[in-house]
Structure formats: structure tokens, C-alpha cells
Design a protein around this ligand. Structure first.
Ligand SMILES: [Zn+2]
Length: 262
């Protein structure tokens, strides 16, 4: 079936196709492709209503992250199952009928696996950068193991009229745990995708007991297995009224304030 492609661009080392919701619906999971709903720019402007369901998203990948309708928490997708970390750090399974305004998944197949021991939270991102190498593409990462000094965050569900994401984040909830075993799913996005995505690492944590999770602000690794895989292409579903914009021109400090609480 013909895909409804709005735009087809080469950006940095990536081939990016923007599709309508109908086109996205007929597109299929492909190895080494990241599938995204919406854009970070649109989310930052307060577009917290999506038109794509998690069921549709899960046809494109088994691992990923994002948020859900009305910004109702931090979305964690692991092994084809969707969970949401709510504003108190508790985790619930979410039905596939739930919609999302912003999420990204991949049909994850680890290309490389590395064992990691003893990384403190200040070193986390630099260690992950050196281990995943000099990729100019999207790198999907998964960490499984025992973590310490966890600082996670989530946000409260919003109601219209929506305010910008920067305002929502001012009252984000942070929670800490001294030690917890679990899984981290996420991505490292190249800087030239800023605005379409979060440049750098974007990681979400889910405890093994599936009772604690959120967006990773900081944590250390006691011992873990890192698996990762690079993606050479990205397919983006753009809801009505949302455009691809000009990735790479976004205000990085505004994004950092949202992602890192700076
Ligand atoms: Zn997040």
C-alpha cells in the first residue's frame, strides 16, 4: 500500500521521512529505523493531544519511550509492552487504545552488547557516549542491571487549555531510590535532530518489579549490560497542523531545561 509521505529529507547521517497518520498506519516496522510520533517542538508548545494509539505505535517497534495523551506520565516501552510512570513514580500498564502526542520506538535488535560495572552518576552520560562510539546516527540503547542513586522524574496529567511544556516542568515530580534493579530504555539522538527530538541521551527507567519508573535525571550503575544499535533512518508521523520544522535550529538551552531540569 502506498505510504502517504509528506516530506522526505536527508539530514546529517539520517534519512527522514514524514508521513501522515494514514501513511504511518500502513508503514511497517523495519530494522534499524526509528519510528516517531510528533515532534519535540510541538510538545514544547503544549500540543499534548495525539491522534495515534500505542497499538499503532507498537506495530513499528518493541522498545522506546515518550509520553501519553494529556502528558499523563513518562511512557516506557520494553519488549513490546507499554508502561507509564505516573507523577508519583508508580508504574501502570497502559492499554493499546491509549493515544500519544510524542513517542519513539524501534524494532530493537542489539548489534553490540557490553558489560558495565561501577559507574557513578556524574560519569553516566560520558561513559555511555564512549561505549556507544562515534555514531552520527540515532543509537537505541538498553541497559539491564542494578543501579544506584536513582533520580527520576515524571509529570502530572494536563488539562486544556494547555500551557507550554516549560511551565509544566516547573512543577515536575522527582523521586529518588538508593538502589534498584531494572531496565533502562532510550536513545542517543544526534544534535542535528534538536527540536524534532531531544539531542543527546534520553533514557527512561523501569524497575524489575514494574512498580517504579520515570525519566532518568541521574543514576549510577552498580553492574549492568548495555545493548545498543544504530538507526540509519527515521519515520515521523506528523499529526495535522504539525510540521517537521527545521531540526537542528532549536533552542538547546530550552530543551536542556526541560530534559535535565537546569
Ligand atoms: Zn523522558
Amino acid at each position: 500500500m502506498a505510504r502517504e509521505i509528506i516530506d522526505d529529507v536527508l539530514l546529517g547521517a539520517l534519512h527522514i521521512q514524514s508521513l501522515t497518520r494514514d501513511g504511518f498506519h500502513h508503514d511497517h516496522a523495519v530494522d534499524h529505523v526509528a519510528f516517531q510520533i510528533g515532534t519535540l517542538d510541538a510538545l514544547m508548545e503544549g500540543r499534548f493531544d495525539g491522534d495515534t494509539t500505542l497499538g499503532e505505535l507498537l506495530q513499528h517497534g518493541s522498545m522506546g519511550l515518550g509520553t501519553v495523551q494529556h502528558l499523563g506520565g513518562e511512557l516506557i516501552i520494553d519488549q513490546g509492552k507499554a508502561y507509564v510512570a505516573r507523577h508519583d513514580g508508580s508504574v501502570v500498564r497502559v492499554p493499546e487504545t491509549m493515544k500519544t502526542p510524542f513517542a519513539v520506538v524501534t524494532a530493537f535488535q542489539a548489534a553490540e552488547t557490553v558489560n558495565i560495572g561501577d559507574v557513578d552518576s556524574a560519569e553516566l552520560f560520558s561513559v555511555l557516549t564512549s561505549l556507544t562510539g562515534e555514531h552520527d546516527e540515532i543509537v537505541a540503547v538498553k541497559l539491564s542491571g542494578l543501579f544506584h542513586d536513582l533520580v527520576l522524574r515524571s509529570i502530572e496529567e494536563q488539562h486544556p487549555p494547555y500551557v507550554p511544556l516549560s511551565t509544566v516542568i516547573e512543577s515536575q515530580h522527582e523521586f529518588t531510590r538508593h538502589r534498584c534493579s531494572g531496565t533502562i530504555v532510550g536513545f542517543r539522538f544526534p544534535d542535528y535532530l534538536a527540536g524534532l527530538e531531544v539531542p543527546g541521551f534520553h533514557l527512561h527507567f523501569l524497575s524489575d518489579k514494574k512498580d517504579f519508573g520515570g525519566h532518568v535525571m541521574a543514576l549510577g550503575i552498580e553492574s549492568a549490560t548495555l545493548e545498543f544499535e544504530a538507526s540509519q533512518a527515521m519515520h515521523v508521523e506528523l499529526p495535522d497542523g504539525v510540521t517537521l520544522g527545521a531540526p537542528g535550529t532549536a533552542d538547546r538551552s530550552a530543551i536542556r531545561a526541560i530534559e535535565e531540569g537546569d
